[in-house]
Write a protein that binds this ligand. Structure first.
Ligand code: IMP
Length: 177
């Protein structure tokens, strides 16, 4: 069957194999850094869904997962305002927390989220992202684990959307204009 979404994709940026390798690389670092620590992965919905599932399967340490949903985007432009749409249930006080993000662009979402989670007194708080878009940065956030870096292009697939579309593409591609 022909993929209905492919006609809108200009070119593939990361194949399924590329994504697997990025996940492996990040997981290996987390496995090493968190051995014996039982971290909580706080997954930012919805875009990080695929990455979080892949990452968790590659972790060999004891860990937990929870989900948070914030709204910050409409179309391709960051609004710089976040609202907590749905919060985590886990009490993260005294816990090692890793925020799992799909792509860091302006960094505003993570800046705000970090502030919020830090106020709950975790033992530590780090950020892990599949992709980093440093050219878009507006807030000063340190990203601890990065799968790969992308340029200033709008990309979709493997969880990343454009107005809720293309999340189910198994690869990551640049949209046709
Ligand atoms: P920011 O870092 O606060 O600007 O927002 C990051 C969020 O914006 C990510 O979690 C994505 O949901 C979305 N985003 C940023 N760049 C892209 C892109 O190229 N494609 C799809 N979503 C993106």
């Amino acid at each position: 069957m022909i993929n209905e979404l492919e006609k809108d994709i200009d070119r593939v940026l990361f194949s399924e194999d590329d994504i697997k390798n990025m996940v492996k690389k990040v997981a290996a670092q987390i496995n090493e850094d968190y051995a014996g620590k039982k971290p909580v992965l706080v997954v930012l919905l919805k875009g990080s869904l695929m990455f979080a599932a892949d990452l968790m399967r590659s972790l060999v340490i004891d860990c937990e997962i929870d989900f948070i949903k914030v709204s910050s985007y409409s179309g391709t432009q960051s609004t710089g305002v976040i609202n907590i749409v749905s919060d985590i249930r886990t009490d993260i006080s005294g816990r090692h927390v890793i925020i799992v993000e799909d792509i860091v662009d302006t960094g505003l979402t993570l800046y705000k989220l970090k502030e919020l989670l830090e106020s709950r007194n975790p033992a530590s708080l780090k950020i892990c992202t599949l992709l980093d878009k440093p050219s878009g940065r507006k807030a000063d956030v340190y990203v601890d684990y990065i799968g790969d870096v992308v340029g200033n292009e709008f990309i979709v697939g493997n969880g990343l959307d454009y107005d809720e579309k293309y999340r189910n593409l198994p690869y990551i591609g640049v949209m046709r204009n």
